[in-house]
Design a protein around this ligand. Sequence first.
Ligand code: PMP
Ligand code: GLU
Length: 399
Amino acid sequence: MKELSNVACSVEPSATLSVDSLAKKLKAEGEDIVGFGAGEPDFETPDNIKEAGIRAIREGKTRYTPAAGMKELREACAYRLKQDFGLDYDYKQIVIGSGAKHVLYTALTALINPGDEVIIPAPYWVSYYEMVRMVCGHPVIIRTKEAQQFKITPEQLENAITEKTKLFMLNNPSNPTGMLYSRDELKALADICVKHDIYIMSDEIYYCLVYDNKKFTSIASLGPEIKKRTIVVNGVSKAYAMTGWRIGFAAANPEIAGVMGNLLSHSASAPSTISQVAATEALTGPQDTVEAMRKVFEERRNYIVERMNKIDGVSCISPDGAFYIMMNIKKLFGRNICGHLINNADDFAYAFLAKGKVAVVPCTAFGTSSFVRWTYATSMENIKKGLDRLEEFLKGEQK
Ligand code: PMP
Ligand code: GLU
């Protein structure tokens, strides 16, 4: 038989989803695994949103909507962008997709020609790298260190730019690092992008999960020149615990939004109408559950950071937002733990799952091999159990 697409065949499966399904499979087989794989809020979708979805079914809102999404939802997205960041978008500049992941992919398809360079700061969310390759773009990675809070400097951005650079992928706050760029830091990056006429994909899916009273700024709000080059990507998965409803959105200049709408008209015909109605309620209804969940995440972060830093051999810096911790495991390299020689993040994650019965994501998939990622989008009980098991696992060192 003839061969499949070269590009498609070179794509790796998502490491976050793979770890998650492996942990779930082992659990289903009766293993006592504690999962810190995929970052997915462990809260229920708030009742008012669920009810809106149920009403949509009862009221017969079960037909196609326009490809870029129903007007009410696009207006609701524009309303939130105005309320939360002071950003003005007409509803026609908003495009709805089946989750932020789908929106990111559609935006990349709209922007990238084969060979265009896309700058991605590392550690990066695993899907950015593969999605850029899926649209035949060329990922250009900027490495960052823990000592610089995993944030790129303006000099690093400037040095990575070539004539082929089309786009800069920004994830603020970041998955997997949890770090937040301040307004001043964003301004410096924005100025460079405007100077070189580069688009910015600003993935702001974790914008409402920011701790220590820090303030989130949307890079698009820093002036008209940066706004017209920015594709703001957001969604309801994290803020409203709606991962399974699959609604994300982009806000962009009319040209980009129009091209994305055309692409969606042939590839998706809009996400589920029922989910769109529920997401409209999420964005326009009471917002108190968002803050309640944020507070719980902050308490969990405080606990995990404090305890992890007391455990010999591992450490972490305190993330500003999102729900991930990057655990530094460099000190463990060259050691034999529970019969497994640890030389990188994959070795650690494998051994920790096999012997410690805890699933974490090796950051190799995020562009660095000295860290593993834990998510604290899980109960305090699980977090305590996971850290207890880490202590036990590390006691299994063989000299
Ligand atoms: N961007 C980032 C950085 C993420 O971590 C996620 C998590 N899945 C997404 C986008 C996609 O979210 P969803 O497709 O569930 O809206
Ligand atoms: N974004 C989450 C994570 O990084 C969910 C899994 C995924 O979509 O990749 O774990």
